[in-house]
Design a protein around this ligand. Structure first.
Ligand code: HMG
Length: 365
């Protein structure tokens, strides 16, 4: 654990309560209502580093590194870790090894490892893999839990982005995804939805927030338990996020929404906090600030997990009793160095310097 000033914060902040189904306190759903420090509202962090983080890497990241990344995140206390994608390797070569990753990773009890699925073929590939994990006939032959119990389906708020990302229009993608969601639900999988480009589209500019709302409604109508709203390009400001959420919340219950912010313009944490003020209780984040969408030119990584966890300190929100920020910081550096660079998480950089200084001081004693 961190020591000095950070541990003082850490005692209240670095231990988080697990993801609960009671997503939010309705008294705190009013726009721009700040939570008080004593309210301790649970926030779910969905760690998307192994998927959104790595999918944009130019060089192929070896399966064993991806497996180690997922394992480190789980051991650091993350409860939802997006482990990869069953997409076409012709479109996103980096995700080609996902079946191996989810077969080889440790599967910790209470941790969910969702994977992205774009179409029926992706679901079939996943179900084939899962079929090898059927419960053993005899209790004397215990089987490990199946690698995942959740898929994420994805579309976008503009035709141009949907075309670039999945080779179809919004309507075409919804038509393609509806039977996939139904089949996954029939197999007992949970289904999460994504809407990309909720603020700006890299191809068609300013997005119509009404479209974001309609696409969100469509995904929920297919049985998604939650829809994550992606500021794919990362142009969002807190004011734009507010405006977008005000529109979506006209017809969609806020507890069905998650926030997914890229940090291209440095507004990721501010947008997270703004979305919490709106009642959102699930935030996607990426360790070390890894990532970017291959079909969103110029966009940088997701808001860093470390930055979100740091910002939540003393805010009255709590992100999971088991999360160890020091381990998350170390994991952010570990994977960044594997990728030949430094962690871009601001909190990750500062906390690592602090941890190093403290280690040196201890060594001198
Ligand atoms: C949807 C398709 C497949 C349509 O792509 P398509 O080319 O129209 O598909 P197709 O059905 O014509 O198939 C083309 C080839 O791909 C194969 N194929 C087809 N499907 C699969 C599959 N599932 N798994 C493996 N192989 C597959 C298929 O078998 C065929 O192979 P061939 O016969 O030529 O040898 C393609 O566009 C695709 O995979 N797109 C995914 C793109 C992607 O992964 N983008 C990043 C994820 S979304 C994101 O990052 C945003 C998010 C979620 O983070 C939120 C945010 O920040 O906004």
């Amino acid at each position: 654990m961190l020591s000095g000033r950070v541990p003082r914060l850490a005692s209240s902040i670095l231990r988080y309560s697990p993801r609960t189904s009671a997503r939010c306190d309705t008294t705190l759903l009013q726009p721009r209502t700040f939570a008080t420090a004593s309210s301790n509202i649970p926030i779910n962090i969905v760690e998307v580093g192994p998927r959104d983080g790595l999918q944009n890497e130019k060089g192929i990241v070896p399966v064993e590194v991806k497996v180690e990344l997922v394992n480190r995140l789980a051991r650091a206390g993350m409860k939802f870790i997006e482990a990869g994608s069953f997409v076409s390797p012709k479109w996103v070569p980096q995700m080609a090894g996902t079946a191996e990753v989810i077969s080889q990773m440790e599967r910790l009890r209470g941790v969910h490892y969702p994977v992205l699925v774009p179409n029926q073929k992706g679901l079939d590939n996943l179900l084939n893999l899962l079929s090898t994990y059927r419960p053993a006939l005899s209790n004397s032959q215990p089987q490990p839990p199946q690698p995942t119990d959740e898929i994420a389906i994805f579309t976008a708020a503009t035709d141009a982005f949907t075309q670039a990302n999945t080779n179809t229009t919004i309507a075409g993608s919804l038509e393609r995804l509806a039977p996939v969601a139904r089949a996954a639900l029939d197999k007992g999988l949970r289904v999460r939805g994504y809407v990309s480009v909720v603020i700006t589209c890299p191809y068609s500019g300013q997005v119509d927030y009404k479209k974001v709302r309609e696409v969100t409604e469509a995904l929920l109508g297919m049985g998604c338990y939650e829809v994550s709203l992606g500021d794919t390009v990362g142009t969002g400001t807190p004011a734009a996020v507010s405006e977008m959420l005000e529109e979506v919340k006209k017809t969609v219950p806020v507890e069905k929404l998650a926030g997914h912010f890229h940090d291209t313009y440095g507004t990721g944490v501010a947008n997270v906090l703004r979305s919490l003020e709106h009642g959102i209780r699930t935030i996607d984040a990426s360790v070390g600030g890894l990532g970017g969408c291959p079909y969103s030119p110029g966009a940088t990584g997701n808001v860093a997990t470390e930055d979100v966890l740091y910002a939540l300190q003393g805010s009255g929100y709590t992100a999971g009793e088991d999360i160890d920020l020091e381990k998350i910081v170390e994991t952010g550096w570990w994977i960044s160095e594997k990728l030949g660079r430094e962690s871009v998480s601001r909190a990750g950089r500062a906390l690592r310097s602090k941890m190093t200084r403290e280690k040196e001081q201890r060594a001198k004693l």
